[in-house]
Structures are given as structure tokens and as C-alpha cells.
Design a protein around this ligand. Structure first.
Ligand code: NAD
Length: 422
């Protein structure tokens, strides 16, 4: 008898999921086995032990990771996550997704990801800074504008990036901003970076609506997660005339069939630190994933759309703001229902695209106004969406498989031109 618990665990394992998505797309490209293996495996994985002086005088040792999945198309690019459940497997999966994400939008980066197993809520600001600096110092051989460029991820932010700039710069004996992206504006950050991922979600949704002939004006949208990605996506879609009928975050879920007043909700969240209790909306008792809407934007965590709830998803478009919100089996169920899933590696790639602009601006020493950043973002994301859609139509496959096919082909093309030093 199959072990159901083991199957569920496997379905929720990000590395297994990333490999399954890769295998399905690679199988359609008739790549030689050896080459497939070369591009599937992470190029380099580093584990470091990080001693930190704690405020109470004790010493604690944390474990940090950095995985460079690929540097074939350019420096490894990808965030650093602080979370108690960070593991090498999780970081490896996230690093691989970064390779495919950068290739799908055709920016000159490979893929990487880092993390430290820690609970930042239980660390003081001083402890967090010492931990960050020790991590940056230990990995400063790997990091660098030409080799490996980190960014924020879950529980890290622009302050953490500023500490990394400073640590790296002290070791290099000169200021080097281009070593990380997602920095504060005053420390070499880019205009438009904070909004970039949500803006990219909007650009993809516009394209998807045009393809499905579903007007975005008055379309009903449900957004899971009202943080950086979800709140900006909701705000921009509302400005395009969509009705944001439901949103959720860790504090709860609310809905209004007539459409929420998003600017008022943003002000409420800034004050109350959550969507719960927003006046003028009713609490949502059911699952936001199953809410009656035209467009569903999962923008919180991995594994939110599962085989259990996928049959009850009502949206016509699922725009994956989060990384890995749909499990592979759930993906198949959505596909069978005719729901268009805009895959994470395309849908949330606005963030890494503007990170690329930040890196370019740092290296030029010339900074663009926000309207120029937004214009350039559109010039990258709209063709990327169209490339993926064309591949999906040509091969009769989902947008996810098509996005992986586009990305893998781009990586393989560079390997073929450069040749393998093997
Ligand atoms: P964030 O911390 O700003 O926001 C996360 C939101 O999700 C918060 O509102 C939180 O309350 C909510 N949330 C957490 N658990 C929830 C749950 N169980 N149900 C409902 N809501 C829940 O994070 P973010 O930067 O917006 O990132 C969200 C997702 O987007 C992550 O998967 C992240 O990897 C991905 N992503 C972010 C960026 C970026 O530039 N910020 C880029 C690409 C991908």
C-alpha cells in the first residue's frame, strides 16, 4: 500500500518539486542525459558555521548556506532567507528556480540562493547584525558583483543588505554597492525596486487577460498575502479598474464583493499591521484560495494550492506572486480545469529584473528615475510573457512547462556556445 504521508511530504518538498518541473520540461527538449544532469545539479553548495556573541554573553553557532545553482549566463543571483526551517534542500530548490527565472526574462544572471537557519523574531537587532556580518565575511570569497549577487528574501530586508555592503566593502577596502541588490535608496538602491515584483504581477495579469479576452476592468481579484508583493499587486490592479474582492494575511482574511478600498486598506495595514478589522469589509470565513473570483494571486507562501483544494479553485487566472505556491499535482488539476496559471518564475520575476537594473546602475554610477525603471521593466516582462505564451501554444503545454522550456533552452544555448570544460 502506498505510504500516503510519504507522498504528501514528497509533494511539499521544494527540491523534489523543482526537479519534477525541470524534468517535465527537459523531457520535451530531447536533451542528452549528461547535459540534463549538468544543468539540473547545483554548481556549488557551501555550508558555514557562524559563531555569534549573543547579548547575554553566551556564544551561539548558527548554520548558513549559499548555493550557486548556475553561473552559465552570468553571476549567481538570488536572495538570502532567515528562517528556522532553512535547509540545504530548500536553498538548492530556490537557487535552481532563480536560474530559470533569470533565463525566462533573459537577464544576464545565473541562479543562487542563501539562508541561515535562525528565528529572526528571537534575535535582537545587534545579534542580527553580527550574524549577518559573520555570514557575509565567511562568504565574501563567493560574493562579488561579477560572481554572486545576493538580495533580500523571507525575513531579510534592505537593512540586512546595507550590512552586507558594509562588511564586504570593509574587506575589499573600497565601497562596493553592486555586491547585493534590494538595498536602501541611500545605499545604492534603485527607484521602483520595492514595487517591482507586484508591478511585474500586474504586467503578466494584463497580458493574460488580453489573451483570454477577460477585461481587467471590473475583474474580481482575490489576493493571499498582503505584504510587499500582494499589496502592491492589489493596489496596481485596482488602479487598472479591477475589483479586489478578498485579501488575507497572517492576521486574517476579509472580503467585499463590491471591491475593497485599497488605498484605505493600505493605510489600515500600515497602522494595524494586518488586514484584520478593516472597517467596511466583512471577515472571510472560507478559504481565500477557493474564493469566487476571476483572478487569484497567491502572494504568501509555498504549497498553498494543493490537490486537496485545487478542485475548488474558481478563478480563471492564477497569478503566482509567491514562489512555489502550487504543488505539481495541484498544477495538473488546475490545468485540467482550464485555469491559466502564470508560473512563479515568470509572474514574480519583476523583482529580480529590477535587481538587475539596480546592479547595472551601481556599475554605471548613474541612477534612473522611477518612470524609466518601470518602462524598462515593462520592456522586459511583456516580451517574456509573450515568449512563454507562444511556446505554450506551439507545444500544447501549460505556461509553467513552457516557461521552463524557454529558460532551459536559453541556458543550454549558452553552454553549447561556450562549450563544456569537462
Ligand atoms: P512579505 O513578508 O512582505 O509578505 C508576506 C505576506 O504573506 C504577509 O502579508 C503575511 O502576513 C502573509 N502570510 C503569511 N502566511 C500567510 C498565510 N498562511 N495566509 C495568508 N497570508 C499569509 O513577503 P513578500 O516579499 O511579499 O513575499 C511573498 C512571496 O513572494 C514569497 O513567496 C516570496 O518568496 C515571493 N517573492 C517575493 C519577491 C519580492 O521582491 N519581495 C520577489 C519574488 C518572489
Amino acid at each position: 500500500m502506498p505510504d500516503e504521508g510519504a507522498n504528501i511530504q514528497k509533494e511539499l518538498n521544494p527540491l523534489a518539486n523543482a526537479e519534477r518541473q525541470f524534468d517535465e520540461a527537459a523531457a520535451r527538449l530531447n536533451l542528452p542525459e549528461g547535459l540534463k544532469e549538468v544543468i539540473k545539479r547545483p554548481r556549488r553548495a557551501t555550508i558555514v558555521s557562524l559563531p555569534v556573541h549573543m547579548d547575554d554573553g553566551s556564544i551561539r553557532v548558527f548554520t548558513g548556506y549559499r548555493v550557486q545553482h548556475s553561473i552559465v549566463r552570468g553571476p549567481a543571483k538570488g536572495g538570502i532567507r532567515y528562517h528556522p526551517q532553512v535547509t540545504l534542500a530548500e536553498v538548492s530548490a530556490l537557487a535552481a528556480w532563480m536560474t530559470w527565472k533569470c533565463a525566462v526574462v533573459n537577464i544576464p544572471f545565473g541562479g543562487g540562493k542563501g539562508g541561515i537557519a535562525c528565528d529572526p523574531d528571537r534575535l535582537s537587532r545587534g545579534e542580527l547584525e553580527r550574524l549577518t556580518r559573520r555570514y557575509a565575511a565567511d562568504l565574501s570569497d563567493l560574493f562579488g558583483p561579477e560572481s554572486d549577487v545576493p538580495a533580500p528574501d523571507v525575513n531579510t530586508n534592505d537593512q540586512v543588505m546595507a550590512w552586507i555592503v558594509d562588511t564586504y566593502s570593509m574587506h575589499e577596502r573600497r565601497t562596493e554597492y553592486a555586491v547585493v541588490t534590494g538595498k536602501p535608496l541611500e545605499v545604492g538602491g534603485s527607484a521602483g525596486r520595492r514595487e517591482a515584483t507586484g508591478r511585474g504581477v500586474l504586467l503578466c495579469v494584463r497580458e493574460a487577460c488580453a489573451h483570454l479576452k477577460l477585461p481587467l476592468r471590473d475583474a474580481r481579484v482575490a489576493v493571499q498575502g498582503f505584504g510587499n508583493v500582494g499589496s502592491v499587486a492589489a493596489d496596481l490592479m485596482a488602479r487598472d479598474g479591477a475589483k479586489i474582492v478578498a485579501v488575507s494575511d497572517v492576521t486574517g482574511a476579509i472580503h467585499d464583493p463590491a471591491g475593497l478600498d485599497v488605498p484605505a486598506l493600505l493605510a489600515h495595514v500600515a497602522k494595524q499591521r494586518g488586514v484584520a478589522g478593516f472597517p467596511g469589509a466583512r471577515p472571510l470565513t472560507g478559504s481565500i484560495i477557493e474564493h469566487d473570483c476571476d483572478i487569484l494571486v497567491p502572494a504568501a507562501l509555498e504549497n498553498q494550492i494543493t490537490p486537496e483544494n485545487a478542485p475548488r479553485v474558481k478563478a480563471r487566472i492564477v497569478a503566482e506572486g509567491a514562489n512555489g505556491p502550487t504543488t505539481p499535482d495541484a498544477d495538473k488539476l488546475l490545468e485540467r480545469k482550464g485555469i491559466m496559471v502564470i508560473p512563479d518564475i515568470l509572474c514574480n520575476s519583476g523583482g529580480v529584473t529590477v535587481s538587475y537594473f539596480e546592479w547595472v546602475q551601481n556599475r554605471m554610477g548613474l541612477y534612473w528615475p522611477e518612470h524609466e525603471v518601470n518602462q524598462r521593466l515593462e520592456e522586459i516582462m511583456v516580451p517574456a510573457f509573450r515568449d512563454v505564451l507562444a511556446k505554450s501554444v506551439e507545444h500544447g503545454v501549460s505556461l509553467r512547462v513552457a516557461a521552463f522550456m524557454v529558460a532551459i533552452e536559453r541556458v543550454v544555448k549558452v553552454i553549447m556556445l561556450r562549450g563544456l570544460y569537462a
